[in-house]
Design a protein around this ligand. Structure first.
Ligand code: HEM
Length: 139
């Protein structure tokens, strides 16, 4: 039907097992480029390197990377995407360089899906009539 808006939540896309392997698990290796894998595993023990290679191979077979579009796509996608990426990379690099990060024991059972989500507020136009001031205000 013409002028029908179709949308899907990024959360639903990311958690659909047709799009991603082990959707709720933290597997950062899934975003590696095949040509970067060698560099990432160099210096690791054989066991650690195999773990990363296995995770990468499984994700490569299942993951639809193009399904992940947090900035949306098309002519009205996020105008600030490049700035956002620069900020994210800078912040993450600064954090990793400055801190040793660990999840404390009491936070181990943290659940991403047990969080609340809120909608945004669509404001209606505020009509206003503007006439030129006859006198300037004195303060
Ligand atoms: C992680 C950070 C960000 C994410 C995930 C994000 C995501 C999005 C998404 C999903 C849209 C809607 C696209 C649509 O309607 O289909 C959007 C629009 C927009 N974003 Fe972002 N955004 C981020 C950061 C920023 C920043 C830092 C700026 C500006 C400095 C920005 C400026 C805009 C603007 C101007 C639009 C409207 C574009 C238009 O309607 O043509 N965004 N963003």
């Amino acid at each position: 039907m013409r002028q029908t808006v179709v949308s899907v939540s990024p959360f639903a896309i990311s958690h659909n097992t047709r799009n991603f392997y082990r959707t709720i698990d933290f597997i950062p290796e899934r975003w590696l480029l095949p040509e970067d894998l060698h560099q990432v595993v160099s210096g690791l023990t054989v066991v650690e390197a195999n773990e990363i290679r296995n995770a990468f191979t499984r994700c490569l077979a299942v993951d639809q990377r193009a399904a992940w579009q947090p900035f949306s796509t098309g002519p009205r996608n996020c105008a600030g995407m490049a700035l956002a990426w620069a900020e994210i990379r800078y912040t993450l690099a600064a954090m990793v360089l400055s801190f040793d990060l660990q999840i404390p024991h009491e936070a181990r059972d943290f659940s991403w899906s047990a969080q609340k989500t809120y909608s945004t507020w669509e404001r209606k136009p505020l009509m206003m009539s503007c006439g030129q001031r006859k006198e300037l205000p004195t303060f």
